[in-house]
Write a protein that binds this ligand. Structure first.
Ligand SMILES: Cc1cc2nc3c(=O)[nH]c(=O)nc-3n(C[C@H](O)[C@H](O)[C@H](O)COP(=O)(O)OP(=O)(O)OC[C@H]3O[C@@H](n4cnc5c(N)ncnc54)[C@H](O)[C@@H]3O)c2cc1C
Length: 304
């Protein structure tokens, strides 16, 4: 029986792990992959204490700290949760089950898909959701980045250093990303902005060869020949797993109370998976701190 099981090993999950372990709670983290979305970033330049740190370095440091405190990290996917009569919970993965008195949900967000023909077919064969991970495969090639926020601008910037040519495809005229990042991207000579353009189809035989695009201002379609498409059109929450235990908003993000508690006593949530306008590492960590301390307090009061 664990005192707490944390679902997720992004910044929120690791932080919750540190705080829970330092309260001497028997703690385990279960995560599909360590690092969460930080693994998709290149360098992090707004994490206090480091002017700039490679995302891989930051993840490794967090993971090492959690492990040194005795927290077990299982790389697995939680598939089902059940509440027991004694108010504890059983978490099921494909092969294992674990029992815990509390749960901290730190499941973060996943890439949103374009939902166009060819996207699924060429996933991993020219379609990617992570420039930082797959970028090096496109050295001196031609790629498109699709999206209009910070993630798209970040991906365009990364790919401008690797690929020969980068198309930045955005269905609107204005970008939602930070001005400073947009300016940096605009200064890159090998990035061509394709504005008011929607991507309609990804075409190829074995791998991506071209895309069909549509100009929504002049209602015209055309094809572009390229080698890769990086999809950066936002992130979504996959929270059906916990739907019975928490309140959610329209975007399936979890609604929490002031101590990151949910409608189910003993279940807490933190990080990007929680409703909020801003999604950043420091915010996720702050919420995870609250969630872990609240889980400890919940057990203390219960076991009095
Ligand atoms: C390209 C990019 C660049 C970014 N750059 C910055 C930046 O410079 N500065 C900044 O502050 N923020 C940045 N962010 C945002 C930052 O990465 C997130 O705010 C942060 O990672 C959120 O942390 P989290 O722990 O809540 O969730 P995540 O990092 O999303 O982690 C979620 C974890 O949950 C796991 N998980 C999900 N479902 C399950 C399940 N059913 N079973 C088991 N495990 C599960 C995942 O495997 C993962 O380990 C960036 C994001 C992206 C995509």
């Amino acid at each position: 029986m664990f005192d707490t099981i944390i679902i997720g090993a992004g910044p929120a999950g690791f932080t919750a792990g540190i705080y829970a372990a330092r309260r001497e709670m028997k703690t385990m983290i279960i995560a599909k992959e360590p690092g969460g979305q930080v693994a998709l970033a290149s360098e992090i330049e707004n994490y206090p204490g480091f002017k700039s740190i490679e995302s891989y370095d930051l993840i490794t440091k967090m993971q090492d700290q959690v492990k040194a405190l005795g927290v077990e990290i299982k790389i697995d996917e939680v598939k089902k949760i059940e509440k027991q009569n004694d108010d504890s919970f059983v978490l099921y993965t494909a092969k294992e089950k674990y029992q815990s008195k509390t749960i901290i949900i730190a499941m973060g967000l996943s890439p949103r898909r374009l939902a166009i023909p060819g996207e699924n077919e060429f996933n991993g064969k020219g379609v990617s959701y992570c420039a930082n991970c797959d970028g090096p495969f496109y050295k001196d090639k031609t790629v498109a980045i699709v999206g209009g926020g910070n993630a798209a601008l970040d991906a365009a910037e990364i790919m401008s250093k690797i690929a020969k040519k980068v198309y930045l495809i955005h269905r609107r005229e204005e970008f939602k990303g930070f001005e400073v990042l947009l300016d940096k991207v605009k200064r890159k000579e090998n990035i061509e902005f394709l504005l008011n353009i929607e991507i309609k189809e990804i075409i190829g035989k074995e791998k991506v060869e071209k895309i069909k695009i549509y100009n929504n201002k002049i209602n015209k379609e055309k094809e572009i020949t390229l080698d890769g498409v990086f999809v950066e059109v936002g992130r979504i929450a996959h929270t059906d797993l916990v739907a019975g235990f928490v309140e959610r908003d329209k975007a399936d993000q979890i609604i929490v109370k002031s101590n990151c508690d949910t409608k189910t006593p003993g279940i807490f949530a933190a990080g990007d998976v929680v409703v909020g306008d801003f999604k950043q590492i420091t915010i996720a960590m702050g919420q995870a701190t609250i969630a872990a301390l609240a889980a400890y307090q919940y057990l203390q009061l219960k076991e009095k």
